[in-house]
Design a protein around this ligand. Structure first.
Ligand SMILES: [Mg+2]
Length: 403
């Protein structure tokens, strides 16, 4: 199981405009982990703001998303956290601290009150505010989290990320852990974060932890104070998703070479993830010696194979290959990235597999998605392919016979 924070952990908003490290993680995950591992996103974003992220970044669909601040919805694979608390008292008490300035209305939540405070004043304010709040409850039901060197949040005590993990057990038994078989627990858990509000993730017993290369000072400070001698919590040299990949290798949790970093498309048989990396590079004109690759592809696509297009018409698979040839380099120098999500495969015969996946293309027009089913035989020879539109993310042009 991999549990990751999103902003500046899985998603790099600062140094990777083309999202290459996230795309590398996506390809690694869908190739080697998706079939038997759980991907959990834990975010401080609200549901609406989380959904917006999916329009801007190459987001995989996680098995579970932990959204802080509402109630648990078992039907949507979403875990919300809340607790009865009195926001009025928080406001009344924080008002007495001139060092605290309220963050914008957009950053306030029903179960989170957010302020800015100077780094050097934070310790004193937290101590004094804790004492004041303590007086209002017999047992404290709030907590104060300082992150980013400037943000101070007051949250319900049971609303943190660590708490969410402990809830994952019973929830995941209900649906997603079906992947492991009923009642089974993951053999390894890797938690990933970058800022102070991720610290609780690292405090969960027996997890491997990665503080990504760009982790904030306050998180590294937490490690210094709480996990200094714990070899299972590391600070990587790589930033964001590349740091997560680095940690997978460091802890020897499984394969850590992303198919995006293996640029050998010459072998017969391209599995789905690799095929779409090839497809992206083909359209960006980054493939050397294109003619040779077309010959290679002819062997991968069964001569009488069939492609069922978005408009439900059937075409020979080799016609699609002809179409692909025409589109070599048509996205050269433009924003164009391709990734696949939700790859599942089912064995339907001794040598035959059916694979289902969502294919995403990201260009200046935003993300467009299609759901595809591919039947393969004899070592990934493509026999039959069927595409349908992904609701809400449809390609407007349905005439292309493009994969
Ligand atoms: Mg973060």
């Amino acid at each position: 199981m991999l549990i990751s924070d999103l902003d500046l952990t899985m998603v790099d908003h600062q140094c990777d405009e083309d999202n290459i490290s996230q795309l590398s993680f996506n390809a690694l995950w869908e190739s080697h982990y998706h079939h038997d591992s759980l991907l959990v996103f834990s975010t401080g974003r609200t549901l609406a703001v989380y959904k917006r992220l999916k329009k801007d970044k190459p987001m995989l669909t996680p098995d579970i998303t932990i959204i802080h601040t509402k109630t648990y919805d078992p039907n949507a694979n979403l875990l919300f956290l809340n607790e009865n608390w009195d926001k009025g008292i928080i406001m009344e008490e924080t008002d007495k601290f001139p060092e605290l300035s309220c963050q914008s209305e957009a950053d306030q939540r029903q179960y989170k009150v957010s302020f800015f405070v100077d780094n050097d004043k934070a310790d004193g304010v937290i101590k004094a505010l804790s004492e004041r709040l303590q007086k209002h409850w017999v047992t404290a039901t709030y907590k104060i989290v300082f992150s980013g060197g400037k943000a101070l949040d007051v949250l319900p005590k049971r609303g943190g990320k660590g708490e969410a993990i402990t809830k994952l057990g019973p929830i995941s038994e209900g649906f997603s852990l079906g992947k492991f078989g009923h009642g089974k627990q993951p053999c390894n858990t890797l938690v990933c974060g970058d800022s102070g509000n991720d610290a609780e993730l690292f405090g969960v017993p027996d997890v491997f932890g990665v503080m990504v290369g760009n982790a904030m000072e306050e998180l590294l400070q937490w490690r210094e104070e709480n996990a200094k001698n714990n070899p299972n919590i590391i600070h990587t040299t790589e930033r964001c998703a590349a740091g997560i990949i680095q940690a997978i290798g460091h802890f020897k949790l499984g394969p850590n070479l992303s198919p995006r970093d293996v640029l050998d498309f010459s072998k017969t048989g391209l599995e789905v993830v690799k095929f779409y990396i090839f497809y992206e590079q083909w359209r960006r004109a980054e493939i050397a010696d294109p003619e040779r690759h077309i010959e290679n592809l002819k062997e991968i696509f069964y001569p009488s194979g069939v492609f069922v297009s978005l408009s439900s018409q059937e075409h020979p698979l080799h016609d699609c290959l002809g179409q692909l040839t025409k589109f070599y380099g048509n996205r050269q120098g433009k924003q164009f990235r391709v990734w696949v999500d939700h790859v599942t495969s089912t064995q339907i015969g001794s040598e035959t597999w059916s694979m289902k996946f969502d294919k995403w293309e990201f260009s200046d027009d935003g993300p467009k998605g299609r759901t595809s089913t591919v039947s393969t035989s004899d070592g990934f020879v493509w026999m039959h392919m069927h595409q349908t539109l992904l609701t809400g993310f449809g390609a407007t042009d349905q005439t292309y016979l493009l994969f």
